[in-house]
Write a protein that binds this ligand. Structure first.
Ligand code: UD1
Length: 386
């Protein structure tokens, strides 16, 4: 803790959120900044990348995030248009607030766009969840991660291996701080508030005993363009999910991108079954409730790989790579790819043997945001009281 007051000539920290996976990372940071002595002044900017009620408002409520001070209202578009629009709208905000730094989280288009604006204006960039690499540049998020880290002045990591990735890319180790995982701060903070599964089903107008089965149930999420944008990939994935549901009922929370593609390809019938709960994108507390009671999670999400590791629930990741290797080395995650035969084999293994058990990685302890607040305050103060 620092006992001097927050210096007058040190501007606020502009905290940026844009898309769903940013919200659970920012909530504990804002709480820790407000609780720090002295309080770290913030301006919360929402780029508007995600705007649906389901993708946005519900999560803000669940996480008790304050209403953004500024909403850039950017919305959907190609990656180029989305990134450019965020930049165009964010620049005047930086000019107006004269921040001490711009703090970005994760790897979405808004993360890179705001980092670029800040860096070009000579404002410090702080990146939370730095150094994760899938080494797959076909993933838009990988480009966002690489470039954001190159622009960042202070980088906070969630696992030790991330620092090695950064140093290999020429980033000085002194700029990197291993702080732990803010997403797990949110999970631990909200765990006792998780919504019961029967309520979630009732809210969706589904029978409350749909997931009530002696073997438990599986939770499924899919949204990566590489999995859901082509008929040739999406159809076999949905077919194998349908087959799995004959053994283990499924709760499938459908991302808007995935729903649009399922409809466009005429695949909705494949998903209509009394053993599949088709759900809209879920709130944070609903998802926490669904995951906590699950036998197994099948996903291509980054966040769920970490959350299942923290909860000790087996996770089968339907991708060929992951930027979060610690969930495999230490946690409950297994990379299974998208071959239906291989997916079945691993599902069977979980059903027969109970699945992988793991341990919770270092510093995934609910205190990452507090460590970040302490370090950032010290680092910013050093720029005015050298
Ligand atoms: C984005 C992030 C991804 C993150 C994911 C979680 C990038 C590059 N990708 O992917 O890292 O894991 O969010 O959700 O930033 N849409 C809606 N309503 C919304 C938001 C989007 O209908 O509130 C539609 C859009 O019109 C678009 C599609 O969903 O067609 C994809 O949205 P977009 O934000 O471009 O990327 P995501 O796939 O959500």
């Amino acid at each position: 803790m620092i006992l001097q007051p927050w210096p007058r000539d040190l501007g606020p920290v502009i905290c940026v959120v844009g898309a769903r996976p940013n919200f659970m990372k920012m909530a504990p940071i804002l709480r820790a900044f407000a609780g720090h002595l002295p309080a770290i002044p913030t301006v919360l900017v929402h780029t508007g990348q995600h705007y649906d009620k389901d993708m946005n408002d519900k999560l803000f409520d669940d996480l008790k995030l304050p209403k953004p001070d500024i909403n850039l209202g950017v919305g959907s578009g190609s990656h180029t248009v989305q990134t450019a629009e965020v930049m165009r709208h964010f620049e005047p905000v930086v000019d107006e607030y004269k921040p001490s730094c711009v703090l970005v989280v994760g790897d979405v288009n808004s993360t890179l766009a705001c980092s670029l604006v800040a860096a070009k204006k000579g404002i410090k960039v702080v990146h939370i969840e730095a150094g994760l690499r899938s080494y797959d540049r076909a993933m838009p998020e990988e480009i966002n991660r690489l470039l954001t880290d190159q622009l960042a002045d202070r980088l906070y990591t969630t696992e030790l291996g991330a620092q090695d990735n950064l140093v290999r890319e020429g980033i000085a180790a002194e700029r990197v701080c291993f702080a732990g995982n803010v997403m797990i701060d949110s999970l631990l903070h909200n765990r006792s508030l998780a919504r019961p599964v029967t309520q979630t089903l009732a809210d969706a107008g589904l029978p409350t005993d749909l997931l009530d089965n002696k073997d438990g149930y599986a939770v499924v999420t899919l949204h990566r363009p590489s999995n859901v944008d082509q008929l040739a990939t999406l159809q076999p994935l949905l077919k194998v999910l349908r087959e799995i549901s004959e053994r283990l009922p499924i709760a499938f929370a459908i991302h808007p991108r995935t729903r649009a593609n399922i409809e466009r390809f005429g695949l909705m019938e494949l998903m209509r079954s009394p053993r599949i709960a088709l759900l809209p994108p879920q709130g944070y507390l609903e998802m926490l409730g669904l995951m906590s009671g699950a036998k197994l999670v099948l996903t291509d999400s980054g966040g769920l790989q970490e959350e299942t590791t923290a909860l000790g629930i087996p996770c089968l990741t339907l991708r060929e790579n992951t930027e979060r290797p610690i969930t495999i080395e230490q946690g409950t995650n297994t990379l299974v790819g998208i071959d239906p035969k291989v997916i079945w084999q691993y599902v069977n293994e979980v059903l027969v043997q109970g699945g992988k058990s793991g341990r919770v990685p270092a510093l995934w302890d609910g205190k990452a945001a507090e460590r970040i607040a302490d370090d950032l305050a010290r680092w910013l103060m050093a720029t005015v009281y050298p």
